[in-house]
Design a protein around this ligand. Structure first.
Ligand SMILES: Cc1cc2nc3c(=O)[nH]c(=O)nc-3n(C[C@H](O)[C@H](O)[C@H](O)COP(=O)(O)O)c2cc1C
Length: 208
């Protein structure tokens, strides 16, 4: 399926069927999501794949009546790091050093520059910044899923604290950004056939 057809095929699914997404397909989608761009490359977020029916069931209470968080193949939780700071940069520098075979000492300038960039933000700004990076991953995830003909519904209509509690995220220095059930659309989901409501190109794009 070409890109535009895939994006027209995608919609925010109201009701999923009982079909499941195979582990290899899910793995590919998660790998594609890991390749997302992020500010300074720091990737300050984590993805949780909720497969357990018990945990999914516990999350319904905090999903404002949206039981598709449970009635789906897997529920993906995009969670931002809460402890953004020097450790965020050190973790990345270590990975960079291992991946590219460069001594950490040779990366000192980069390390200092990135730390300084985070240090000018206050705690709230750093948290928002981390959420923004998770959102980029979510966008990429939605597009890649569409190209793979995996159905999705991004969701922020949830009680974030409830999700954090059920999943024990705060103890892991994480907090929920957004969630996304995946699966296969129910054949009777009428939303699948609704026309997309999008502003025209001339209202949204300016060529200067
Ligand atoms: C960040 C974000 C949060 C959303 N939250 C919800 C939600 O809580 N429940 C829901 O049914 N749809 C949710 N949506 C889906 C949007 O309503 C949907 O993408 C939009 O109406 C456009 O329709 P389409 O995706 O079907 O083309 C959300 C979408 C995004 C990007």
């Amino acid at each position: 399926m070409n890109l535009i057809n895939a994006l027209n095929w995608r919609y925010a699914v109201r009701e999923f069927s009982s079909e499941t997404i195979a582990p290899q397909q899910l793995q590919q989608l998660l790998d594609a999501t890991r390749l997302s761009a992020s500010s300074y490359g720091l990737q300050p977020y984590h993805l949780l794949v909720i497969q357990s029916p018990v945990i999914k069931e516990q999350l319904i209470e905090f999903s404002l009546g949206q039981d598709k968080v449970s009635n789906c193949s897997q529920l993906i939780v995009f969670a931002a790091h809460t402890n953004i700071g020097d450790a965020t940069v050190n973790r990345y520098i270590k990975q960079f050093s291992q991946t590219r075979g460069v001594e950490v000492s040779q990366l000192a300038n980069m390390q200092a520059h990135y730390k300084a960039a985070l240090a000018v933000m206050d705690k709230n700004q750093r948290q928002q910044w981390a959420h923004q990076q998770a959102y980029i991953a979510l966008g990429n995830f939605l597009t890649c899923a569409a190209l793979m003909q995996i159905d999705t519904c991004p969701i922020t209509g949830i009680e974030f604290d409830g999700y954090d509690k059920v999943l024990g995220l705060r103890e892991k220095n994480l907090t929920t950004t957004a969630v996304c059930p995946i699966g296969i659309r129910h054949p009777q989901d009428a939303s699948a056939h609704e026309k997309k409501v999008r502003f025209d190109a001339h209202d949204m794009v300016s060529l200067l």
